[in-house]
Design a protein around this ligand. Structure first.
Ligand code: SF4
Length: 228
């Protein structure tokens, strides 16, 4: 697996000077208690990462890895591609633009979190024109993202999931007339946030393309490890 707790933790804590240690966005401790507290918090954080990784493995994702929140780029050009609506999801559901808000709003939402785990699932297709096979894969991937969401609930109090493309949960979406029927299970689209998935895959050290006659779907888990 591409995941490594070390990679994920680089954004979680840092030593500012030799006396004050930032463990998370809101926790600061001073020496000499620092060493002891850091050991406990470190152990806690490590166990959160391990628990999340074992859930990702149980769900059957092909690979996972971590992306630093401060490395994320929100490309207006990707948003323009959404607006071109070749995927037919633009303006059709609550998971895609314009319903997800402006890029600035997406960025602010993401920056509520300290960590991003990128996860993938590879599906076999007959050939590069096997649209049915691709759609079958996407449907399965959405189900896996739902299972991941459910399994994460007891482990994380604060998280958000993003996944490739639109929603597709309901036969007919309520957008824009009524609120989403399942707001708690609404996974916004990765592309809608202006992310270049290839960039994310590189940083997370996971494969963007798994070879001929395959399609790979991506999702992202944003989470805070600190106990609320
Ligand atoms: S869950 Fe249903 S109502 Fe909500 S965005 Fe998806 S399709 Fe639309």
């Amino acid at each position: 697996m591409a995941g490594s707790p070390d990679t994920g933790l680089t954004g979680c804590w840092s030593v500012y000077d030799e006396t004050v240690i930032k463990i998370s966005k809101s926790k600061f401790v001073r020496e000499p208690e620092a060493v002891l507290v850091v050991c406990f918090v470190w152990k806690d954080i490590m166990s959160d990462f391990k628990a999340i990784e074992s859930i990702a493995e149980k769900c059957g994702f092909t690979e996972y890895g971590y992306v630093r929140i401060d490395h994320l780029k929100y490309y207006p050009d990707i948003r323009k591609i959404c607006e071109g609506n070749t995927c037919r999801n633009y303006g059709s559901c609550w998971a895609c633009p314009p319903a997800v808000g402006t890029l600035e709003e997406c960025k602010n939402r993401v920056e509520q979190y300290d960590n991003m785990m990128l996860f993938t699932k590879k599906y076999e297709t007959k050939n590069s024109f096997d649209i049915k096979g691709m759609m079958r894969g996407l449907k399965d991937f959405k189900k896996l993202a739902d299972s991941f969401h459910e399994e994460l609930k007891p482990c994380l109090s604060d998280f958000m999931l993003l996944s490739n493309e639109g929603c597709g949960r309901c036969k007919e979406c309520t957008y824009p007339d009524e609120p989403c029927r399942f707001p708690d299970l609404l996974h916004h689209s990765l592309e809608g946030y202006g992310f270049l998935v290839n960039d994310l895959a590189k940083e997370a050290n996971v494969k963007y393309n798994n070879g001929q006659n395959t399609v790979t779907y991506f999702g992202a888990l944003l989470f805070n490890t600190e106990k609320k």
